[in-house]
Design a protein around this ligand. Structure first.
Ligand SMILES: C[S@@+](CC[C@H](N)C(=O)[O-])C[C@H]1O[C@@H](n2cnc3c(N)ncnc32)[C@H](O)[C@@H]1O
Length: 365
C-alpha cells in the first residue's frame, strides 16, 4: 500500500514538474511565429504580452455578484480570444486535445469517455458520410478529429482564436484527416458574414456556446447557416434548478466559474430553451448528461489537483528565474481557481457543463 502511495507521489511529481517546464517553454519560445510580422497577424500572445494579458483579463472580470460582466458583455469575443491565447497550452498539456468534460462510466478510461461524449453529439445531429457539419468553437480540434474518424462525415470548425487554428491545422495534418476537416478563424456570432451563402447539414457546439455574448443571437446565426431540416446540438454550461440565487455560496461558486473560464454570464436551462425557440428552432431533446455515468464529471479535475499544485509552484519558480514569461503563474492561478469552483459546483449539483440541447430547423423554414 505504502509503495503504491510512493509510486503515485512520484508520478504526480513527474507530471507536475514536467508540466511546468513544458508550459514555460511553450509560453516562451514557440508562441510567436516570426513570419506573422509580415502577414500583419499577431499569432498567439507573445512572451512579453502574457503579464499584461492576464492583468487586463483579471481587471475585466470585476463582476457584480451573480450578474455576470454587465455592460462589458459587448467585448466578450475580445476577452474570450485573450483568454484562449493565454490558456490553450495549459489545456492541451493538462487535459488533452479535446477541451471538454465527459460523463464517464466506472472502469472507462478518461480518453474513451471523451470520445463517447463527442460521438454522442454527432449522433444527435445524425452525422453520416457525405454530410458537412459545423463545429462551433472547435478549440484545437480534438472533437472534430474523433467525430470524422467515428462517423466518416465532414466537419468545418470555427474558433475565434488564431493560435488554436494553427494547432488544429497541424494536428489535423498529423492525423491525416485534412480531407474530412476544415478550420476557419472567425467569430461564431457572425456566422452569416463568415459563411455568406454557404449552408450546412448540421451543427454542434461542445462547451463553447457558453462564451456567446447572447445565446439567442448565436442560435439565430446557426439557424441561418443550416439547411432546412438540419439539427443543431449543444453541450451547454448552465446553472441547474438546484442553484439558489439567494445562497451566497452558490453565487460565489458560479461567479468563480465564469471568471476562470471567460464566461460573460452563466445562464439557466430555461434561458437556453427560450433562446432556441426564439431563434426559430424546434427543441427536440433536452437532457443533463452530467446526471449520467458512474463517475461524477468533476472527478477528472480532482484527480489532477495534486499535479496542478506542483505545476503551480514550479511555474512560479521558472518565472522567478526568468525561464517562463512574467504572468505565467497568474494564468495558472486563474485556472486553479476555476478548477476548484467547478469541482464544488459539481459536488453541489448546482451547475452542469454538459446540458444537452438538441434543436431542429423546421423543413418549412
Ligand atoms: C472550452 S473550448 C471548447 C473547444 C472544443 N469544442 C472542444 O471541446 O475541444 C471553447 C471554444 O470556443 C471558442 N469560442 C469562444 N467564443 C467564440 C466566438 N465568439 N467565436 C468563435 N469561437 C469561439 C474558443 O476559441 C474555444 O475554442
Amino acid at each position: 500500500m505504502s509503495s503504491n502511495n510512493d509510486n503515485m507521489k512520484s508520478a504526480m511529481t513527474i507530471i507536475g514538474v514536467s508540466g511546468s517546464v513544458y508550459i514555460a517553454v511553450k509560453m516562451s519560445w514557440f508562441r510567436k511565429n516570426p513570419f506573422h510580422v509580415f502577414s500583419g497577424k499577431t499569432g498567439a500572445m507573445s512572451k512579453s504580452l502574457v503579464d499584461a494579458g492576464i492583468q487586463s483579463y483579471n481587471a475585466f472580470f470585476e463582476q457584480e455578484d451573480g450578474k455576470g460582466v454587465g455592460t462589458k458583455i459587448v467585448s466578450t469575443p475580445d476577452f474570450v480570444n485573450k483568454f484562449y491565447s493565454l490558456i490553450t497550452d495549459f489545456y492541451e498539456y493538462g487535459w488533452g486535445e479535446s477541451f471538454h468534460f465527459a460523463a464517464r462510466e466506472k472502469g472507462e478510461s478518461f480518453e474513451k469517455s471523451i470520445i463517447r461524449q463527442e460521438l454522442a453529439i454527432a449522433e444527435n445531429i445524425g452525422l453520416k458520410p457525405g454530410m458537412n457539419v459545423l463545429d462551433l468553437g472547435c478549440g484545437v480540434g480534438g472533437p472534430m478529429r474523433n467525430i470524422v474518424q467515428g462517423t466518416g462525415g465532414k466537419v468545418t470548425g470555427i474558433t475565434i482564436n488564431e493560435y488554436q487554428v494553427g494547432r488544429c491545422e497541424t494536428l489535423n495534418k498529423a492525423a491525416k484527416l485534412d480531407h474530412l476537416t476544415e478550420i476557419i478563424q472567425g467569430n461564431f456570432m457572425d456566422l452569416t458574414k463568415v459563411f455568406k451563402d454557404r449552408k450546412f447539414d448540421g451543427a454542434y457546439a461542445i462547451e463553447a456556446a457558453c462564451h456567446a455574448s447572447n445565446t439567442q443571437a448565436l442560435y439565430e446565426q446557426v439557424f441561418a447557416v443550416l439547411k432546412p431540416g438540419a439539427s443543431f446540438a449543444s453541450y451547454e454550461w448552465l446553472r441547474t434548478d438546484k442553484y439558489d440565487p439567494t445562497n451566497k455560496t452558490h453565487v460565489d461558486i458560479v461567479d468563480g466559474i465564469a471568471e476562470g473560464n471567460a464566461l460573460p454570464e452563466v445562464r439557466t436551462i430555461e434561458d437556453c430553451i427560450q433562446a432556441a425557440k426564439g431563434a426559430g428552432f424546434e427543441v427536440t431533446l433536452t437532457f443533463d448528461r452530467a446526471t449520467t455515468g458512474g463517475v461524477p464529471w468533476q472527478q477528472a479535475m480532482k484527480s489532477a489537483r495534486r499535479a496542478a499544485y506542483l505545476t503551480h509552484l514550479m511555474t512560479g519558480l521558472l518565472e522567478f528565474i526568468g525561464f517562463a514569461p512574467k504572468g505565467t503563474q497568474a494564468v495558472h492561478t486563474m485556472l486553479l481557481k476555476a478548477a476548484v469552483n467547478l469541482e464544488k459546483s459539481g459536488d453541489l449539483g448546482i451547475f452542469s457543463p454538459m446540458y444537452l440541447i438538441v434543436m431542429k430547423k423546421p423543413l418549412s423554414a
